[in-house]
Design a protein around this ligand. Structure first.
Ligand SMILES: *Cc1c(COP(=O)(O)O)cnc(C)c1O
Length: 415
């Protein structure tokens, strides 16, 4: 049975009364414990642990991780600027971006690190900053092997410089007198530990081809169990063999390579939940289904519609009947794909879940929504406003860290 991670029924009522539903809720204690576990990642010659900002970029979360000693991975120029505004020191930010930012020169002058993710990006960087240090993101030729939509390595992924083009990358670096000081790979989200380790070995092979590289960034992608039958990556178990590989490289070459990791999911996924309300229940006859309609949907949580991702759903019945019901849980958008219970990995197909018997008005918690929910949704679809974000402080009352958007704010740029 699916269970609550950190919200209690009493707390849920309190949050709903104070901030309304739907609302994203983050748990400071869970965030801290995940950050501390990451900072313990096995390493031979030093570790920089980064937080992948795109998982959930609220300034309160960035500030918390900054205080706890994490640095940051940005996926766009805008994410860099957002982090600056949260007070993050630019030197703690590393940018690996599909798009070379228009204002790159000003970002780099502030001190951000940059990993060129294509041959063209090396060229663009070299033209602006000849003679400087630069990281290179490679596609090591291997993907995370899970759903294709979350795989960022192998021949079907456009991320990074293809591993067979390392000679061309070296040539471009030479042309602009650039020092390649870091090699970067990130093979995708939800990687199996064995695949992640194989990618680490392939990445060390790339490090061998760049004698000036002092660091290897192995990205994120550590699988986190959201559903009861899924398991969470044991960081010390996957990190130990990688640590040994770094030691072997030192014994062979005398090079002590610094390790960087930069997960988003691992730090956030189970430290966030979405609090919603049941707003209707409809049926489609004997051969049909019973649908539970929530006051949230793909405009707050897109992962199920996009990937067929599974999130635990817990009903908090105001009047406990002791009964369960079999429900297809849907969102409030006028879109068949706005479905919170797709078949696993099959966003096109629906599935029923056995949940506590629900009544209209009951609260409902969608678990595992800390990463890639508030930050990645079909925001404002059907003109539903962005939902508020709340953090449960370790020493203090629930704190609002983003207000509910108003209709005026939604229309602000219409002219
Ligand atoms: C998204 C991303 C990450 C984080 O991935 P998770 O699966 O959330 O751990 C890390 N590095 C880069 C370059 C990314 O794009």
């Amino acid at each position: 049975m699916e269970t609550l991670n950190f919200i209690t029924p009493t707390l849920a009522e309190d949050i709903a009364t104070r901030f309304g539903t739907p609302a994203y809720v983050y748990d400071e204690r869970s965030l801290r414990l995940a950050a501390e576990a990451l900072l313990d990642f096995p390493n031979a010659y030093g570790l920089t642990a980064r937080y992948a900002i795109k998982a959930s970029p609220n300034a309160a979360i960035l500030k918390l991780f900054d205080r706890l000693g994490l640095q940051f991975d940005a996926s766009s120029g805008f994410e860099c600027e957002r982090a600056f505004r949260a007070g993050i020191n630019p030197e703690k930010i590393s940018l690996s971006s599909q798009e070379f930012p228009e204002n790159f020169a000003s970002l780099h002058k502030k001190g951000i690190h940059f990993n060129a993710c294509s041959l063209l990006q090396i060229e663009r960087f070299g033209q602006l900053f000849p003679g400087r240090e630069l990281g290179l993101r490679f596609n090591p030729g291997l993907g995370s092997g899970s759903a294709n939509r979350t795989n960022t390595g192998g021949p079907t992924a456009s991320f990074g410089i293809w591993h067979e083009q390392s000679a061309e990358a070296r040539g471009l670096a030479q042309k602009f007198d650039l020092t390649i000081n870091l090699i970067h790979t990130h093979i995708g989200s939800g990687s199996d530990p064995a695949v992640w380790q194989r990618a680490a070995d392939l990445s060390l092979d790339i490090v061998r081809q760049f004698p000036q590289a002092r660091a290897l960034n192995l990205g994120g992608g550590f699988k986190v169990g959201r559903m009861p039958d899924e398991s969470t990556t044991d960081l010390s178990a996957i990190g130990q063999p990688v640590c040994e590989a770094f030691i072997r490289l030192f014994e062979e070459t005398g090079r002590k390579i610094h390790l960087e990791v930069e997960p988003g999911t691992y730090l956030l996924a189970n430290a966030g939940a979405l609090l919603a309300s049941v707003q209707d229940i409809v049926e489609t006859g004997q051969k049909g289904y019973k649908f539970l309609k929530l006051d949230t949907g793909m405009n707050d949580i897109l992962r199920p519609s996009l990937y067929g991702a599974q999130h635990p759903i817990i009903i908090l019945p105001r009047r406990k009947t002791g009964q369960t019901g079999s429900y297809v849980v849907v969102g409030h958008c006028c879109e068949t794909g706005d479905l919170l219970t797709p078949q696993p990995g099959q966003p096109e197909l629906l599935a029923s879940r056995e949940l506590d018997e629900a009544a209209v008005g009951d609260l409902c918690v969608v678990e595992g929504t800390g990463a890639y929910c508030s930050s990645m949704s079909a925001s404002n679809y059907n003109s539903f406003p962005q939902s508020p974000e709340v953090i449960l402080q370790e020493n203090g009352p629930p704190l609002l860290i983003r207000k509910r958007q108003t209709l005026d704010q939604m229309l602000d740029n219409e002219v």
